[in-house]
Design a protein around this ligand. Sequence first.
Ligand SMILES: [Zn+2]
Length: 435
Amino acid sequence: MIININTYSQEITKCYTTELINNELINNPDYKNEINNFFKQNKLWLSNYNQEKTTITIPIVVHVIYRQTHANLGIGTNIPNIQIEDQIRILNEDYSKTNSEFPNPPRNTFVNSAANPDIKFCLATTDPDGNPTTGVTRTLSTQNSFNYDTESNDMKRDATGGKDGWPPSQYLNIWVCDISNSGNTTILGYAYLPGLQSWNAWKDGLVVDFQHFGTIGNASSSSDGRTPTHEIGHFLGLNHTFAEQSGWSSPCVDAAGNLQCCDNDDSNVYDTPATDDVYYGNVNANTNNNTCNDILFGFSSDLLDMDENFMAYSNHTWMFSNDQVNEMIATLNGYRSNLKNSNVSINCTGIVSNSNIHFNKKIKLYPNPSKGRFIIEADNKIYNIEITDIIGNRIYKSSKQTNQEIDLNFVENGVYLININSGNQRITKKIIISK
Ligand SMILES: [Zn+2]
């Protein structure tokens, strides 16, 4: 999501999805056909849809990508578990229509159009290798931050300072990192619409700025935790509800290039009114924007703009419409049915369980004390090892993914800290060097 500040007004563009897709289409024009096919597939499913709805459960993994100076868990980009838990709570409320705005939302204009997606997000408890996991990975990055425009997908690969995603057919990958240092604008998050071809599947998932993930811990005071709610909407096939200059499908512009009234849905969502601009303000009982005559867009009456929709940009959003929910359910029975049927084991308590002790037992470090050379053995895959002296100066780093012998013959006698990142935990052990 983008924050533009100019002399006259503050414009907040929250989400980079539209630009991300436009950029993808430059190098991968077939993606547009894939997106269109996806919407057609959903349309067909919806025309035959007559089942009772049941709760759909989706395994998630949160990849925290943190910078060198935030090595301690809970500091800066290395966000604390309570912040992750807060975001999971918000997602599960928003996707079950139990968010605090209901049953009496700040305005009741669309209270009868507000639907319950009945989708549950649970942390994965096994990783792709079958090892236990908390559903949270923590990766020390070579990057301080990621430029959303030029490094949109770098956080998704080990080789570019990020973390390889887990198979997107089984897990919803959510990368949380610093994407705020990108020129004049601040992006809050983005996600691809369904349709990435197999060779691009590694890009699938959400990217969310660490300050707009949850509302506590290291989240910005302006974060309402609705960025991931919005981005999962895209991930499940929803477009923005407002007119966009550069929409990937049918830009809402007239011959002179100015925004004009448009129903920016293109898909199977017919119940969100047309708009000719973007509303950034608050939504309350007195909000009465009505930028377009909806009768011209197939509605039986003219409606106010649905500024409270999660896929809008206003300051306060709280609902998905009936058609949006049906579209997301269709996606989970079509293009993303693998995710719906994923058999990954999960933890639905909303708590990041502490498997640290479990993991600790599986790490062997010997001999200790050591004359300089020692061996690290782990049952879990090791992603990187960093050794510091007692005041935090780094003296050694390795990203070998195997058991290994380390030689600290060059250091003075003393106690050193070994930080081991296994992909699901970061733990610290002490080694005594005595030559
Ligand atoms: Zn968006």
